[in-house]
Ligand binder design. Structure first.
Ligand code: CA
Length: 237
């Protein structure tokens, strides 16, 4: 089982994935080796180093979990650079070395992973932010010329897990981050309705520039995430 030997990812992230290699050998060559659950398709789990049926829902058909996961797509824009959308699957385009087509492409606001490369909020909602990689952070600078209660909303959540919204004071001329002014990690309320299922935080501010940071706080192994991309919209008012 060369695939098992070459399996990547930190075993510390997924202790349940560590199994004796002899077990894998005994179970036959058709089983799919894994280090974490991301190495397996949905409706499968990584158990004793191999992908096996598990999780919520009806069990998948025989052999389902022995197939590698793929990133689904409807257009090439949903695939990473070097990959095309073929039969609704992100597929390497023949370049060398082959790209990792399991990964999502960056959104239009990248690279915005630090306050010095933040996007600017120009008064209209920013649509289609994504966490294209596990642990992604998105920075946005917003300005006001009045004293006001400033509110930040992260809404229209699609495929998102836990996230955090922070608002900082900001010295724009020197691009220096100031104090953390407000923060939230919980949705407005718990019902799965548009009025509840959003993150909102507010703070009284003086005229100036403020830095917003939205952080993906899922505990997800990086590098092989084929699942639908977490996506959100952001507005400030
Ligand atoms: Ca980002």
């Amino acid at each position: 089982m060369a695939v098992w030997v070459a399996g990547c990812g930190s075993v510390e992230d997924a202790p349940e994935a560590v199994g004796p290699s002899e077990l894998v050998e005994e179970q036959g060559a058709e089983l799919r080796a894994c280090s974490t659950w991301l190495d397996c398709r949905s409706s499968c789990v990584c158990s004793n180093g191999v992908c096996a049926p598990g999780g919520i829902g009806p069990p998948p058909p025989a052999g389902y979990c022995d197939v590698a996961p793929v990133r689904a797509c409807s257009t090439g824009a949903e695939c990473a650079t070097g990959c095309s959308c073929s039969n609704n699957v992100c597929t390497p385009g023949g370049f060398s070395p082959p790209p990792n087509c399991l990964l999502a492409p960056p959104d239009a606001y990248e690279s915005d992973n630090s306050h010095t490369s933040a996007s600017s909020y120009v008064g209209t909602p920013q649509l289609g932010h994504t966490f294209h990689r596990a642990g992604d952070a998105d920075w946005v600078l917003g300005a006001t010329n009045i004293h006001q209660l400033m509110t930040v909303e992260v809404y229209n959540l699609r495929n998102t897990g836990p996230l955090r919204v922070d608002v900082y004071a900001y010295d724009y001329p020197t691009r220096t981050l100031g104090a953390l002014l407000t923060s939230t990690t919980t949705t407005v309320c718990s019902d799965f309705t548009p009025t509840c299922w959003l993150f909102r935080t507010s703070v009284n501010v003086a005229p100036g520039v403020y830095a917003v940071k939205v952080t993906d706080t899922r505990n997800t192994p990086a590098g092989s995430d084929w699942r639908p991309t977490p996506t959100y919209d952001l507005k400030m008012y």
